[in-house]
Design a protein around this ligand. Structure first.
Ligand SMILES: [Zn+2]
Length: 334
């Protein structure tokens, strides 16, 4: 009995010696319970809203994966969410009527196989890792330029082309901290038929089949005969409406927060720079100006200067409201 008491006293002394500062012990206790709460809550509240999204317990809807070159949205339902970070860079949180949203894009040449999404909610940091899928493996396409179009890419125009690409890069990296866009997004043509997808490699040749240059197609080509009506995909400020030697008559729309859409090879423009256009407004007529081998509409989109598949932008911006109503229905059924 006496020996046991001695042992107990001894043990207690060791404990006192090693944990001299009480807060260290409490810190670990709090940390342990915090992780336990996250793990158990996460497992019991994960809910699949559609094939891509998970509804998390902490009031955000994050994608279950991201694909290079595609548009991704995060839907925020909880007003306690203060910050969202993707691989340490903070995203803008944009107000909508019933919810808030954020978006992000990974470039086509991204090499990371996963990204970390950190949500700050009432001072707490919640972390999610989501896998990254490579761009779709599209086959190479060959484009043959006749002598008049070949002239545009000749060395005498190199300086002019470089000057233009610098100008448009600057424009697309200019972020308006204003929301112009409205939901849902609208198709730019009444009939949508994709003739060339986003992200495929292209080889440009002359009539003698000599290779002129290679490039990646950074937009989608939509079937459109000469003078087909072209509409704004969402509300925006006209950032550029004019002529470029490679893009032809073109329009760049600033939808706000770093998001732009672009319309190339137009025959006629129906808007002026700095004008506000609404979703579905007639902005121009299709054509074949610039480097183009026949009438069509080249539709482009960028976010913070990163090129993305404009079809994924339209689809995501339409699904976000659908996803929100699905959540509301799911919640009211519980
Ligand atoms: Zn194109």
């Amino acid at each position: 009995m006496i020996i046991r008491t001695k042992k107990e006293k001894f043990k207690f002394k060791i404990l006192e010696d090693t944990i001299k500062k009480k807060w260290v012990f409490f810190y670990f206790l709090i940390l342990f319970s915090f992780f336990f709460i996250i793990l158990s809550a996460e497992q019991s509240n994960v809910e699949v809203i559609n094939s891509k999204y998970l509804y998390r317990f902490d009031g955000v809807l994050i994608p279950s994966y991201a694909q290079n070159g595609k548009f991704n949205t995060i839907l925020i339902l909880d007003s306690g969410i203060e910050k969202i970070l993707i691989d340490k860079s903070e995203l803008d949180i944009i107000d909508n009527v019933d919810f808030k949203l954020s978006f992000f894009v990974l470039p086509l040449n991204n090499k990371k196989s996963s990204i970390t999404i950190v949500i700050q909610k009432k001072g707490k940091l919640l972390e999610y890792q989501i896998p990254v899928i490579e761009k779709d493996p599209y086959p190479k396409s060959e484009i043959i330029l006749d002598n008049s179009k070949k002239e545009i890419v000749s060395s005498k125009n190199t300086e002019k082309r470089e000057e233009e690409s610098k100008f448009f890069n600057n424009l697309l990296n200019t972020k308006s901290n204003l929301r112009y866009f409205t939901l849902p997004f609208i198709n730019p043509l009444e009939i949508m038929m994709i003739v060339s997808v986003f992200g495929n490699s292209r080889v440009y040749k002359d009539l003698n089949m000599n290779i002129l240059y290679t490039s990646t197609h950074l937009g989608v080509d939509l079937k459109a005969s000469e003078n087909t009506k072209v509409y704004a995909i969402s509300t925006a400020r006209v950032a550029f409406a004019g002529y470029s030697i490679t893009r032809g008559n073109c329009i760049y729309l600033d939808h706000g927060y770093g998001l732009y859409s672009s319309y190339f090879h137009l025959n006629k423009l129906n808007v002026k720079e700095r004008q506000i256009v609404f979703a579905g407004d007639l902005i121009g007529y299709s054509g074949s100006t610039g480097i183009s081998t026949g009438p069509h509409l080249h539709l482009g989109a960028t976010f913070l200067g990163i090129n993305l598949d404009p079809i994924s932008l339209i689809n995501e911006m339409n699904e976000i409201e659908e996803n929100y109503s699905r959540i509301k229905i799911n919640q009211s059924n519980k």
